[in-house]
Design a protein around this ligand. Structure first.
Ligand code: F6P
Length: 359
């Protein structure tokens, strides 16, 4: 009898359930319903630490292809606290190992983003058999060209920009659409290009507010009565970007606006005299059904993860490399962020189209 457990950890995204479905169905198809036991760990690593799980049935993996969120629940368990004994004197790593052994698992399947992969690697180094899958709307996981969830979030953010476009033109206003992504700008970049944004501000390319204002004025001079900015929630000015981490954090904490977009909007309005509005779709971008691209990608990833379990190739994350699904060692990807390269083809493409990055 094969015994595995699945958990989803970190911020949710579209495609978690379709991935769980693909893993489960592939394993039941291979081992038969009586040849495998699958446990669902509740709320990510928290469930593994505190021993909260449920035995799943083949039926649990049906009817969830299009469902948003995660049927297993999720939570954020910061990697940096994994080795810290908590307020209830719980040694988290020891408890996770204990529960893995108690369930007599052959493998733990982990669906998650950056922090989750770091903990997956830690557990693998601690001797557990782990197979992981790359999820996040941020697309910032090293070792894979795409994460599932990203394309569905691009669709939503693009739709927001599309809707804002018509109201911006009617009123002749400047609009900022604030897109999720504190550390990387993939989502803002793709939605910005897809939605025809005039200015795209991402964390990887610090902006100069005077340049942003100049570009908006240049549009007005050309007879364009509106401008659309796609701004990542982690967009940062050139002045702040050069500060040491601690000072940067302090400066951001002192900001008198709810987010960077509101500060940028206030400066634009003051300098141009043009009405400037901010729209923040927020967690909307992580909700709802996975789009067809993510359904296919998560199915491919899920099947590949099940195959790794069948082949006993543990310690790997499934990944997309030039449209091929491959396995990459957790030790190679854990702790590495995939940022937007400043001189990448996609950035150059946007620049040639006249899109400004405010730099
Ligand atoms: O999961 C990724 C992400 O959606 C980021 O884009 C965003 O910055 C962050 O999570 C928001 O985190 P939370 O859901 O904990 O507010």
């Amino acid at each position: 009898m094969k015994r595995i457990a699945i958990l989803t950890s970190g911020g949710d995204c579209q495609g978690l359930n379709s991935t769980i479905r693909a893993v489960g169905k592939t394993l039941y198809n291979y081992y038969g319903n009586d040849g495998i036991e699958i446990y669902g760990i509740i709320d990510g690593y928290r469930g593994l630490i505190y021993g909260e799980y449920r035995k799943m049935k083949p039926d649990d993996f049906s009817g969830i292809l299009t469902m948003g969120g995660t049927i297993l629940g999720t939570s954020r368990q910061p990697f940096k606290l994994m080795r810290v004994i908590d307020e209830n004197s719980v040694d988290k790593v020891a408890e996770m190992k204990k529960n893995y052994k108690k369930l007599e698992l052959d493998c733990l399947v982990v669906l998650g983003g950056n922090g989750t992969q770091k903990t997956a690697n830690l557990l693998s180094e601690e001797g557990l058999n782990v197979v992981s899958l790359p999820k996040t709307i941020d697309n910032d996981l090293w070792g894979t060209d795409k994460t599932f969830g990203f394309q569905s979030a691009v669709d939503i953010a693009t739709n927001v920009i599309d809707c804002i476009h018509s109201t911006a033109t009617s009123h002749g206003r400047v609009f900022i659409v604030e897109v999720m992504g504190h550390k990387v700008g993939w989502l803002t970049l793709y939605a910005g290009i897809a939605g025809g944004a005039d200015i795209i501000l991402i964390p990887e390319i610090p902006y100069d507010i005077n340049r942003v204002i100049r570009d908006i004025k240049a549009r007005t001079d050309k007879g364009k009565n509106f401008s659309i900015l796609a701004v990542a929630e982690g967009a940062i000015s050139k002045e702040l970007a050069v500060l040491p981490k601690k000072q940067k954090k302090a400066a951001l904490a002192e900001m008198k606006y709810p987010s960077i977009s509101y500060e940028i909007a206030a400066k634009i309005e003051q300098a141009t005299g043009q009405e400037t509005r901010v729209t923040v779709p927020g967690h909307f971008q992580r909700g709802g059904s996975p789009d067809p691209y993510d359904r296919v990608l998560s199915t491919r990833f899920g099947v590949a993860a099940a195959q790794l379990i069948i082949d006993k190739k543990y310690g790997n994350m499934v990944a997309l490399d030039n449209d091929k699904v491959v396995a990459v060692p957790l030790s190679k990807i854990a702790g590495k962020l995939k940022s937007v390269p400043k001189n990448s083809e996609i950035i150059e493409t946007a620049r040639k189209m006249g899109i400004s990055f405010g730099d």
